[in-house]
Design a protein around this ligand. Sequence first.
Ligand code: MTE
Length: 289
Amino acid sequence: MKLTWSDVTPEALFLNRRAFLAGMGIAAAAPALAATERLNSFEEITNYNNFYEFGFGKTDPAEHAGQLTTDPWAVEIGGLVDRPGNYSVADLAPENAVEERIYRLRCVEAWSMVIPWLGIPLASVLDRVGVQPSAKFVAFETVLRPEEMPAQRRRVMDWPYREALRLDEAMHPLTILATGLYGKPMPNQNGAPIRLVVPWKYGFKSIKSIVRITLTDTQPACTWQQMQPSEYGFYANVNPNVDHPRWSQATERRIGAGLLAGRQETLMFNGYGDQVAQMYAGMDLARDY
Ligand code: MTE
């Protein structure tokens, strides 16, 4: 099923011609959203965040992320690639190549949103730098800048925040490097100037404010998995049948849905199973969570 703007209720503010055309342009590549799913508002998306570098509260990123200098910005791409180097955001995601993607975001904490991202398929970036045949994984790192990121001045986590994907997951057409949302440049609290978005995985895989991308032949260390391996796996595919040790993953709370809306059922692979399930064929997803 193709996604069009009629599948969601767009925020009036955003329904300008440019955004509308961008939305139509990506229809063929975009996943299905159930008709009537409501797009979260810009306010919701930018005021309820996880970005632990700025504090552990949901409004800390909105309050403090303004301090982060996002221009100039370089992403160092290295490891098993033919053309390693420092790339600007404009190199990686030229404005004329940026697409709109409306995706569900399902946090491991069991809340969710629907977000209209702007971005570029990660595969297009990897193709341009030339992935060598021995590469099996892609590792990502967030900027390390304690002078601008208050929580990095404390050893509450092993900074910088790190994440990784298997190469086939990284090359999947749903996986994007996002540079904006709601037709605007990425707000700092959402991971400016460039972040990963992997819609069928728990939100913690979608690492923000990336400065390093490294192709490797061994599975890279990931922040949450390293910190608490019994709770956070390498794959972190959204899976209503595999509970977090401390809470159920069967349902989720849609941010902004209102008190009377109740919780909604969590979908396998966050509803993207028809596009991604084959990558995990034969795997035991209770063991490889
Ligand atoms: N990236 C970094 N660098 N630091 C973080 O704390 N939090 C993750 C992910 N990326 C996080 C991060 C989690 S837990 C989620 S749910 C999403 O970002 C939230 O993205 P959003 O705030 O744009 O909705």
